[in-house]
Design a protein around this ligand. Structure first.
Ligand SMILES: Nc1ncnc2c1ncn2[C@@H]1O[C@H](COP(=O)(O)OP(=O)(O)OP(=O)(O)O)[C@@H](O)[C@H]1O
Length: 274
């Protein structure tokens, strides 16, 4: 789905050019669910924006959905099949109702009025917003607005959805709902790239990629990242109490493939032990 080799990105910051991405090698296959993390300013958003053609790489090669993103025509095509859901729910709505907003994305796509309407309502229903199709967007909650952004992706039949810290402005309940929805979409065949700083979301990922100062410094499973890579200490991540307890468990012989990453996993491990 995404194949980045020796990818570089340089942007202009006033008069100066700034190297934002350096020598990135990352391959995401169709059907994967991958988490991307890293400190503020490490280059996560810039990287995902290159993946859907919003930013143009300065060097290296990048293909997305089988298309070479060095060509401008390909970048427009990729913007349809690889969709981004951004952090701010307010920043991504155009229409005054959810129905209008989803339909707007389908305009100029050579789709008949009837099909547009059917696809819009179907996407809103799948995103749990069928009952709010004609409600004013201004009255939607943050979580509902993110669902609306996802409905837009579904209506466009996106092959891949990139969630760029899409739950960071939501309350815990909405955050869990949107996260669970991304997992459901993945089970139904959508490739997902989930940008996050949250431990419980990294723990749930099959694969985690870590950015630091524009470089990809880790690509692997979350347990190895937190227990064996030494990276969290090198990157000065705050140590989670669960990992601290997990290290003691390991020292006393706990199987390394069952070391806890989250409070829930720790609780389960302790219940089994007692
Ligand atoms: N349009 C731009 N022009 C110039 N510099 C930029 C631009 N966009 C991002 N940068 C710079 O590129 C670097 C990486 O920023 P980016 O937003 O990709 O990081 P991030 O990891 O997503 O950060 P955050 O978690 O805060 O969103 C930063 O130093 C940022 O200031």
């Amino acid at each position: 789905m995404i194949h980045a080799s020796h990818l570089n990105l340089t942007l202009l910051d006033g008069q100066q050019s700034l190297t934002v991405l350096q020598d990135i090698n990352l391959h995401i296959e169709k059907g994967e669910w991958v988490a991307l993390t890293g400190a503020n300013g490490s280059g996560k958003s810039s990287l995902v924006r290159t993946f859907n053609g919003l930013l143009v790489p300065s060097g290296g090669s990048l293909t997305a959905a089988g298309l070479d993103l060095r060509s401008p025509e390909n970048r427009s095509a990729v913007k349809r099949s690889i969709q981004l859901v951004f952090q701010s729910p307010e920043a991504q709505t155009i229409g005054s109702t959810p129905e209008e907003d989803v339909a707007f994305g389908l305009e100029n796509r050579g789709i008949s009025r009837e099909e547009m309407k059917a696809r819009t309502l179907n996407a809103l229903r799948r995103a749990g917003l069928g009952h709010k199709a004609r409600a004013p967007v201004s009255e939607l909650s943050g979580g509902e607005r993110q669902r609306l952004a996802i409905a837009c992706c579904l209506a466009l039949e996106a092959e891949m959805i990139i969630f760029d810290e899409a739950t960071s402005m939501l309350d815990p309940v909405s955050r869990k709902e949107i996260f669970a929805f991304s997992r459901e979409l993945w089970r139904r065949g959508v490739t997902v790239l989930w940008v996050t700083q949250r431990m419980e979301e990294l723990a749930a990922a099959e694969r985690v990629a870590v950015m630091d100062f524009g470089r990809l410094v880790y690509d692997g499973d979350p347990r190895t990242l937190f227990y064996d890579s030494g990276l969290p200490a090198a990157l000065r991540w705050e140590d989670s109490p669960v990992i601290g307890i997990g290290r003691k468990m390991r020292d006393s012989g706990w199987p390394s493939d069952r070391l806890p990453l989250t409070e829930q996993q720790l609780e389960e491990a302790l219940c089994r032990y007692s």
